[in-house]
Design a protein around this ligand. Sequence first.
Ligand SMILES: *[C@@H]1O[C@H](CO)[C@@H](O)[C@H](O)[C@H]1NC(C)=O
Length: 335
Amino acid sequence: MNCAVILLLTSSCFTWSSAIYTPNRAGTLKYLLEPPVFAEVVGHRGGNVTLPCILRTKPSHYKVKWTKLEPEHVGRENIIMISNSHAFKQYGRLGPRAALRKAHTMDASLQLRGLELEDGGTYRCELVNGIEDESVAISLRIEGVVFPYQSKNGRYRFTFQEAKDVCAEQDGILASYSQLYRAWTEGLDWCNAGWLDDGTVHYPIIESRPACGGEMLPGIRSYGPKDKKVDQFDAFCFTSQTSGSVSYISGSFSFEQAEHACQRQGAALALVGQLYSAWRFQKYDQCDGGWLRDGSVRFPISNPRERCGGLPEAGVRSFGFPNRMKHLYGAYCYR
Ligand SMILES: *[C@@H]1O[C@H](CO)[C@@H](O)[C@H](O)[C@H]1NC(C)=O
């Protein structure tokens, strides 16, 4: 069997899978172990994971097709790999980082290495034999942190594309609804609405209050889908572990002096996402405002105390975007 034959099969797979795929009920599958060993696998940026898919019995001829589902584009199929017992072929953005584990003859599990923020989501392992195709779904959750981001020009200044861009500039991506939901359960309360990656607009409220949607129950408040080209909101960004680290240089610096202070240490002013990542994953705690690369001044608090911002919850506090020359702060550097 060579790759040309596999490719041929690919084009016909498109029609079959979209027509036949229905959600599985536990125990009804003949060929695939269902539910899969783990329905959810957790990884972090830069890490490796294995998405389990185990055969119970083998049909005489079959292929295994791995895809990533895209909730925003229903019907679009993101193929990662198609394999039979002799050969495999990788596809798309994920293909080059994917391999089959093949721990034993019934193992069709997918290994993904060098995880990126965008890799989170639902994957499908599909056994294709042309007669009774079967599939199981496995979700990959990237461990991370959600942070709200507001323009230096004030509240609600980003179109959808601009929100995407600012998240990328701060070492993140636009968060998904499930990432925001999880952040809310972990304590995120934010009274400004922001874009999510599916083009909807939401904000998470833990303490109901009149200024933030009134006395409705706590939860994720929804504005629903908005016009991506016209409507403007803040952004909810998502980031994960970084390979470098954040440090604080104390001093009374203008923005430019803070930049130089970091450069002298072979570093650069930290991005907002990098500070959130250090706060979340290294429990970074520093009770001093410092410049970040976007011109904002913030500080991370892991052990809330009265003299550090006064709020009872842990979090990254912001002084907004002070005047870059007149106001003096320390510097948060990233290396
Ligand atoms: C991920 O796997 C690659 C090889 O596939 C290996 O070189 C690397 O060390 C692994 N990374 C981690 C974090 O385990």
